[in-house]
Design a binder for this molecule. Structure first.
Ligand SMILES: Nc1ncnc2c1ncn2[C@@H]1O[C@H](COP(=O)(O)OP(=O)(O)OP(=O)(O)O)[C@@H](O)[C@H]1O
Ligand SMILES: [Mg+2]
Length: 456
C-alpha cells in the first residue's frame, strides 16, 4: 500500500489492503475479478471477490467519491433501497509515482440485474413495464425521504426479482441531494421528467440493438413512469375529505396503503367547524409493510411482494391446520419448520443459488398452482418442489436466454473487451466463473457458450 493512500470506511476489512490499488482499475488481473454483469457507465467499474463476498469498485474523482459515499450512507440510514457503501480510497499512485484516481467501493447487490441483462430476444415486452413499475416505486420512496436523484435512469438502477415482478435499487447517487425538510414539487417534477426522457432513450437504444421488439411503444412506456409515479404519490400523500358518517374510509385508506406495501406512521385527521366533514392525510408513510412482518415473524430478509406471498401462504397454513386462534408468531414458527424450510431443503445445493430463497419459494408456489390445475387435484408441496427442481429450475429461462445471447454489443456493455480477453486466456476462468455466476443465479455453461470475445 503506497504511503499516501488513505482508506475511509466505517469498518475496514484488512483484505481490502491486499488489492492492487497501485494499478489502474482497467488493468486489474482477472484473478481478483468476479465476472458478473454490469450496466453501462462513464466510469470504470469492476466487481472484485473479497473475503467471500463481492464488492463493486468504481474509479472516480476524490470529491465525487466522498460525496457519493456520504449520500449512500445517509440513504442506507434512512432505509432507502440502494447499494451499501463500503469505503473511499484516495491518494493512490502507480509504481512510477503517477497519481491515480480515487475509488468508491460498494457492496455488490447480490442477485441484482442491470436492466440490459434482463433483455434479450426471448424476453417478453411486459418486462419493460415491470421494470418501470419498480422504478416508479423506488422514485416515490426516495422522494418521500427527501432525496432528489438528479439522474434517474434504468442504467442507474439495479433490479432484483420480487415474486415474478421486480424491486428496484438505486446504484448511482452521484448527482443526488438530500433535503431533509422535504422536496419541492419542482424538484420532484424534474426527477420524473428526466426519468421519462432517459427511459425512452434507453429503450430506443435497446430497440436499435434488437434487444427489445420494435413494436414496443417506447413513448408509452416512458409515459407510464409518470402515471405510475403520480398514482402512487397521490395514494400515499393526498388529502381525502368525506362525511363524518363515512369513518370507515380511514381504515380503508390505511388498508389501501398496506396493500401497496406501506405502513402509515402518522395520519392527520381533522373535522370542519360544523363537524359534518372529515379530512385525513397520511403524513409519514414507511415502505416495507410486508418485508417488516416477515422479518419479525421469521427473521428472513425478503422483498415486498415475496413477503406478501409468504404471508398469504402462512395464512392458508394457519387455516388448514385449524390454528386460526393461535398467535401468528407461533404459527409462523411451525410454518417455517413444516413448509418453508422443507421446500428449500428439497432443492439441491448447486441449484439453490440460482435464485434467492424467497424467489424460489414463490416459484414453487406458482408451479404448484399450475401443476394442480393441469393434474386436476391439489398437488402437495413435496410433489411440486420435486417437479420444479426437475423441470424448471435447471433451465431458468430468462438468465439462460440472456447468457446465450452472444451479442457483442451487449457483452461489451457487461464486460469490457480487455476483461473478456483476460478471462478467455485464464485457465481458472471456468472455476472462477462458475462460482460467481452461481451466486448471481446464472448458468455458467450458457455463459461460456454465448460469450463473444474481441476479434471474433
Ligand atoms: N454495488 C453494486 N452492485 C451491483 N452492481 C453495481 C454496483 N455498483 C455498480 N454496479 C454496476 O456498475 C454500473 C455502473 O455504476 P455507476 O452507475 O455507479 O457508474 P457511473 O460511471 O457513475 O455511471 P454514470 O455513467 O451514470 O455516471 C451499474 O449500472 C451497475 O450495473
Ligand atoms: Mg451510472
Amino acid at each position: 500500500m503506497p504511503q499516501s493512500m488513505k482508506i475511509t470506511a466505517a469498518t475496514i476489512d484488512p483484505a481490502l489492503l491486499d488489492l492492487p490499488w497501485e494499478l489502474p482499475l482497467e488493468n486489474w488481473p482477472a484473478d481478483v475479478l468476479a465476472a458478473l454483469p454490469r450496466g453501462l457507465s462513464r466510469h470504470i467499474v469492476r466487481f472484485v471477490n473479497l473475503s467471500e463476498r463481492v464488492i463493486a469498485v468504481k474509479e472516480i474523482g476524490e470529491s465525487v467519491a466522498y460525496r457519493e459515499y456520504e449520500l449512500l450512507r445517509d440513504l442506507v440510514r434512512l432505509g432507502a433501497p440502494c447499494v451499501t457503501p463500503t469505503a473511499v480510497i484516495t491518494g493512490r499512485s502507480d509504481l512510477q509515482g503517477e497519481e491515480l484516481n480515487s475509488i468508491l467501493v460498494t457492496e455488490h447487490l447480490s442477485y441484482s440485474l442491470p436492466y440490459r441483462a434482463l433483455f434479450s430476444q426471448y424476453m417478453r415486452p411486459e418486462t419493460a413495464t415491470r421494470l418501470i413499475d419498480a422504478l416508479a416505486v423506488l422514485l416515490v420512496r426516495l422522494h418521500l425521504i427527501g432525496f432528489y436523484w438528479g439522474d434517474v435512469s434504468l442504467s442507474n438502477t439495479l433490479f432484483r426479482r420480487d415474486a415474478g415482478a421486480f424491486a428496484a435499487y438505486l446504484v448511482d447517487a452521484e448527482t443526488g441531494e438530500l433535503h431533509i425538510e422535504g422536496l419541492t414539487d419542482g424538484k420532484r417534477e424534474y426527477d420524473i421528467d428526466l426519468a421519462r426522457t432517459n427511459i425512452i432513450g434507453e429503450l430506443m437504444d435497446l430497440q436499435a440493438g434488437a434487444l427489445l421488439e420494435s413494436t414496443v411503444d417506447t413513448i408509452e412506456i416512458g409515459d407510464r413512469i409518470v402515471n405510475r409515479y403520480n398514482e402512487l404519490w397521490d395514494v400515499l400523500t393526498a388529502e381525502e375529505s368525506f362525511s363524518v358518517d363515512e369513518r370507515w374510509r380511514v381504515a380503508h385508506r390505511i388498508k389501501q396503503l398496506n396493500e401497496l406495501g406501506f405502513d402509515v406512521g402518522e395520519l392527520t385527521m381533522a373535522t370542519d367547524a360544523a363537524g359534518t366533514r372529515m379530512v385525513i392525510q397520511p403524513k409519514v408513510v414507511d415502505a416495507g409493510h410486508y418485508h417488516r412482518q416477515i422479518m419479525r415473524l421469521t427473521g428472513l430478509d425478503v422483498e415486498e411482494r415475496q413477503g406478501q406471498r409468504m404471508l398469504n401462504d402462512l395464512e392458508s397454513y394457519r387455516t388448514l391446520m385449524g390454528r386460526k386462534n393461535d398467535p401468528i408468531e407461533q404459527v409462523a414458527h411451525a410454518w417455517m419448520a413444516d413448509v418453508f424450510e422443507p421446500t428449500l431443503d428439497a432443492v439441491p445445493i448447486e441449484l439453490r443459488r440460482k435464485l434467492e430463497p424467497a424467489e424460489i419459494f414463490h416459484e414453487v408456489l406458482e408451479h404448484r398452482w399450475y401443476m394442480s390445475e393441469r393434474m386436476g387435484y391439489d398437488v402437495t408441496m413435496e410433489e411440486a418442489v420435486k417437479d420444479y427442481v426437475d423441470t424448471v429450475l435447471p433451465h431458468h429461462w430468462d438468465e439462460q436466454s440472456y447468457l446465450s445471447l452472444g451479442d457483442t454489443q451487449e457483452m461489451d456493455a457487461i464486460f469490457s473487451d480487455d476483461e473478456a480477453e483476460v478471462l478467455e486466456d485464464d485457465p481458472d476462468f471456468a472455476a472462477l466463473d462458475e462460482e460467481s455466476l452461481n451466486q448471481f443465479g446464472l448458468n455458467p455453461m450458457g455463459f461460456t457458450a454465448g460469450m463473444k470475445f474481441k476479434g471474433e
